[in-house]
Design a protein around this ligand. Structure first.
Ligand code: ARG
Length: 642
């Protein structure tokens, strides 16, 4: 196969197999594994340990200056000698003139290894060209152990975005959408079955209020024209009327008076009555609610499409069935954790071994279900429906406590098995988005404004601007990249300020910069008058993969290839961290390395003739593929020209 061929090409012999099950070398997906396997084989012989142990001990250093692979010697668990001594012995005994590794030098108890430069283009480039967009994907990761391939794929249910109907699409929903889509791509890349669920906030008393508002302020024409805006507007108007009543009730509560009385009249009563009708299955009430819901979903679908996102299911709080809810409550009662308190049903988590989780209302005083109760029931239904191996909620840290309660409730119901398959992936705040963007309330507003801001920045360069065929379409894609890259730059948990000027700039580590880098690589090939097919043909006609030597007098090319080799490990790492920044940071390193190459490694007008041109073009095209793959993994749409 290809890998044997590759290994043979560089004179390293066949890839040593690693006994045992845990470490699986996947040279086809990760060419670095060819190096890993050979190195593990050498180290195991020198140190007298298991090959598998040596294989697992090897790490990819954070900075290329510290090697391509590094062995923290204590991880070999050799008894008797001090690690530093062992390290020195390994250095002394390491084979000279190995075709894959330069001779190592110890760094304390660490042993860094550098790949032999010549091996890189011959191994990495053909692999990238062969794998194309599946370079770095690893379909084996998502397989269940000991299962037949057909039923063997693991399934993850990913719940993200989840806005509330008739309410603002706020920054928290934006982040959930961006991060959730990335995690969906990532799992898919790693061979999992992914079910993307949008759990709409489409139930609750606020729909009672919206319906009351509709009776007073609703307009069929406006609903037809701009449904989401109109529903927001109706809700805002009725809410303004409702406010004084709410304040009165709050005052009563603060003064220790019973709020039952204040809430039994006026809009409180109208709102509650309508929502009760909904909960009791009143067809007329439900028909109105369903119209609002369907219209909203139509619009969401169109807007998510701008981000390349589609959901497998538009679920929502309304979709949880009454019978599941009853069942949840009967179990809670049976387990003795459901108590009545002042007319509502609560769980006192403090009493049941969960300090810090407080007391939560599960069914409200007016007999209506709560957010918590619906969520717990939804878990049971999804498990039934999808039999998932894992379910991930992408929701802001503001709901950390809330999700701990959801998971704990399942445990108290005796479903620790189920709770163990759930994960809350959280994230921090975006500061000042609405104030900086002006009046944004819908996802489409955010995207429109970013597109406009981007378009403005593009116009500054009149010459370039005139060459762009469809500037509006480019501004749309690049503007969206600007928003997304800004969001994915830091660790999820960090808050960040929304900064439209910074994010639409071509300078610094921004979305437009990344897009520019991709477009530049494209134009490089175009200007050289080469197609991808020319390069494939060239690589094939040179059985040693490439005229490697042509690249080798430039350390820039070597360092670029070393980075390209790391991509599959970066993707694998991202599956552990579920941090978009793991991938993004890597892509910026790649982009910086590329920009330092252009001057030294010219394609058009390169000295040395056509072979040099082809070799360098292949290098850049390989880098472009890695960049594109990484960008798509993050959910960005690379542009060809800009
Ligand atoms: N609609 C909720 C909100 O806007 C987010 C839903 C999160 N998911 C869940 N299963 N509770 O705050």
């Amino acid at each position: 196969g290809l890998t044997g061929l590759l290994s043979g090409i560089i004179g390293a012999g066949p890839i040593p197999s690693i006994p045992g099950e845990t470490p699986v070398a996947r040279p086809l997906n990760r060419p670095i594994d060819i190096y890993r396997a050979h190195l593990a084989d050498i180290l195991a012989r020198l140190a007298g340990c298991e090959t598998a142990v040596a294989y697992e001990s090897l790490q990819v250093p954070g900075t290329p200056a510290n090697g391509d692979l590094v062995l923290p010697v204590p991880r070999l668990r050799i008894k008797g000698k001090k690690p530093a001594e062992q390290c020195a012995e390994l250095v002394a005994a390491f084979p000279r003139n190995n075709p894959l590794f330069r001779e190592p030098a110890a760094a304390g108890i660490h042993l860094p290894f550098f790949f032999v430069p010549l091996s890189l283009p011959r191994l990495i480039l053909p692999c990238i060209f062969q794998r194309q967009h599946s370079y770095g994907s690893d379909l084996n990761v998502g397989l269940r152990d000991h299962a037949l391939p057909a039923q063997g794929r693991k399934k993850v249910v990913l719940e993200f975005s989840s806005p509330n109907i008739a309410k603002e699409f706020h920054a928290g929903h934006l982040r959930s959408t961006i991060i959730g889509a990335f995690i969906a791509n990532l799992y898919k890349t790693m061979g999992w079955d992914v079910v993307k669920v949008n759990y709409l906030g489409d139930w609750g008393k606020q729909f009672g209020l919206l319906a009351v508002g509709w009776q007073r302020f609703g307009s069929e024409e406006e609903l037809a024209r701009e449904p989401l805006k109109h529903l927001l507007d109706v809700y805002a108007r009725i809410n303004a009327v409702f406010k004084p009543e709410q304040e009165e009730s709050k005052k009563a509560r603060d003064e220790g008076r019973d709020t039952a009385e204040t809430e039994s009249r006026g809009l409180f009563a109208e709102r509650n009555a309508f929502f009760s009708r909904m909960e009791n299955g009143d067809e007329e009430a439900l028909a109105l609610w369903r119209r609002f819901r369907d219209i909203s979903i139509d619009r969401y679908v169109a807007t998510y499409a701008r981000l390349n996102i589609d959901f497998d299911e538009y679920s929502g709080e309304s979709q949880v069935s009454k019978s599941t809810i009853d069942w949840v409550e009967s179990i809670l009662r049976g387990k003795g954790v459901y108590e009545q308190d002042n007319g509502s049903w609560v769980i006192n988590f403090e009493k049941h071994g969960s300090k810090g989780l407080g007391v939560a209302v599960v069914r409200g005083r007016t007999g209506t279900t709560t957010y918590l109760l619906r969520d717990v029931a939804a878990v049971l239904e999804r498990d039934e429906k999808y039999a998932f191996d894992k379910m991930i909620y992408v929701v802001s840290t503001e709901q950390d406590l809330y999700f701990r309660r959801v998971f704990r409730t399942l445990e108290l119901m005796g479903r620790s098995d189920l709770a163990a398959r759930l994960q809350h992936v959280n994230f921090g705040k975006v500061l000042g988005m609405s104030s900086r963007l002006g009046n944004v309330q819908l996802l489409s507003d955010i995207l429109d404004q970013s597109r406009e801001a981007m378009h403005e920045v593009m116009r500054h360069n009149a010459v370039k601007y005139s060459q762009v065929e469809d500037p509006d379409a480019v501004a749309e894609k690049v503007g969206i990249s600007a928003v997304m890259v800004q969001d994915m730059s830091g660790k999820r948990i960090n808050n960040y300020p929304f900064d439209i000027n910074r994010m639409t700039s071509f300078e610094g580590d921004t979305g437009p910069y990344l897009q520019y880098c991709h477009a530049r690589l494209n134009s490089l090939l175009r200007k050289a008058g080469l197609t991808r097919q020319d390069l494939v043909t060239h690589l094939k006609s040179h059985p040693d993969g490439l005229d490697a030597d042509i690249l080798m007098d430039k350390s820039h090319a070597v360092d670029l290839l070393r980075l390209m080799a790391q991509y599959p490990d970066v993707a694998a790492m991202a599956l552990k961290t579920l941090e978009p920044s793991t991938v993004l940071t890597y892509l910026f390193r790649l982009a910086h390395q590329l920009s330092s190459c252009y001057d030294v490694l010219q394609v058009v007008g390169a000295e040395g003739g056509r072979d040099v041109v082809l070799a360098r073009a292949a290098l850049y095209e390989g880098a472009r593929q890695v960049l594109e793959t990484g960008m798509r993994l993050l959910g960005l749409s690379p542009v060809e020209r800009m």
